[in-house]
Design a protein around this ligand. Sequence first.
Ligand code: GLP
Length: 241
Amino acid sequence: MEVVIVPDAAAGGELIAEAIAALIARKPDALLGVATGSTPLPIYRALAAKVASGAVDASRARICQLDEYVGLPAGHPESYRSVVLREVIEPLGLSEASFMGPDGSAEDVQAACEAYDRALAEAGGVDLQLLGIGTDGHIGFNEPCSSLASRTRIKTLTQQTRVDNARFFDDIEQVPHHVITQGIGTILDSRHPILLATGEGKAEAVAQTVEGPVASIVPASALQLHPHATVVVDEAAASKL
Ligand code: GLP
């Protein structure tokens, strides 16, 4: 596991945007897995700036989603599909056709999960998977005690994660209880997972991810098993390393 400490969130965003730019230069139709939450926003802004200036041609890039809420109405502004369209697809000037994600409104959610897992493999696999980290060490929505071999499936959110994510909704009652997430095994199939963590609130989870044992109680620690995983942390998130 490669750990890179940067001064602040903006520097982390720039560094990872550079890595994405290098990947796209080498493989224009790369499949880029994107995460939601506040942490990756500096990456998307830095990448969009490179596209706007003409330094990067992302027109053939393909984007895929890491996770999704179950049961939000289609077009809900906080569905992760809406968030990715707003924060990634539109700023990069891509079309919806270049974007794939799990169907959180499917009648048969389990079948939708399996179909998405298969679709990722059939698309050639994820070249670079961006990840944030939950305060409890989750990646995607793989909450503590998720199987390290898990595939895309439905999960129940912990109360802590619902509290953490309530800021995106009017009140906590609106935060869904169920989600679809790429499994830890699915994430480990990506060729290059890159986790970005910023701020002191992530310091404990980062320390356990990087220096603790590989354990399902800290799902992000599974990245230690990947031959080419990168963890980018700002100084605050690195404060307990
Ligand atoms: C959610 C997402 C994760 C994300 C996490 C942290 O739970 N499913 O992918 O990493 O939030 O979000 P933030 O970056 O806003 O702290």
